[in-house]
Design a protein around this ligand. Sequence first.
Ligand SMILES: C[S@@+](CC[C@H](N)C(=O)[O-])C[C@H]1O[C@@H](n2cnc3c(N)ncnc32)[C@H](O)[C@@H]1O
Length: 244
Amino acid sequence: MDYMDELISDLGYMPDSAWAWHNFKRSVEALIVRYHCRDVLEVGGGRSPLFTAEDVARLGIRYSLNDIDPEELSRGPAYVATTCFDIAGENVPFHKRFDLVFSRMVFEHLTDTRIAYRNILELLRDGGVAIAFYPTLYSPPFVINKLLPERAATAVIRFFFPFRNNDQVPKIPAYYSWCFGDRKRMPGMLKGLGYRDVLILPFYGHTYFQGLPVVRTLDRWLSDAALRHDCRLLSSYAYSIVRK
Ligand SMILES: C[S@@+](CC[C@H](N)C(=O)[O-])C[C@H]1O[C@@H](n2cnc3c(N)ncnc32)[C@H](O)[C@@H]1O
């Protein structure tokens, strides 16, 4: 078994999007344990960091929380150190500070995700690891979200998911730059930036068309076929796991 297969089996990877949602936290924990990580940064964690105070104590980590929006960070809990900066900005305020950097549902909001991956390389110590969980093109709901003007996309999402409001879960613009689950372009780009190991795990299916029975059935048929044929152009989500 090679290193990548070992990691996949460590995570217990299943290509279903429900698995991806339920197991993201467990997957980050598995990486923390596997690579003996101590300094952990969550990017774009906003008001709702992934780890609780109990998790931090149990894992024995130093946990920092980043966001571009100071207002989001101010709504977060007090047990985590916060650091406000743009992960896709010109510079990042730390150099080789973290053993693990992770993000969930952040990269689709960046206009150029390559800059974030480049900055994460700067934030990581040698041998450090990063995992990002993001929606992927060309899953139909994300193609629609990308093509619709922002006001229309917000109205549609609020109609189907009333909790997507500014107080609960805000809807922010999404660009889907480098949000792919493929096995060539993404690894090529990430290796080109300087990562030594790259693993892209695609996931299929989503819940966006729950209220539309006919569309839901057609979409389910399409994503089941994509899963059977490993057609990653139609994946809905992915984890990118990279090692410096
Ligand atoms: C959809 S929310 C996800 C929040 C959290 N990660 C979660 O899964 O619940 C996206 C978050 O990313 C933050 N964000 C967007 N662009 C960012 C950037 N360039 N740098 C850092 N954070 C950013 C937003 O402010 C927001 O808090």
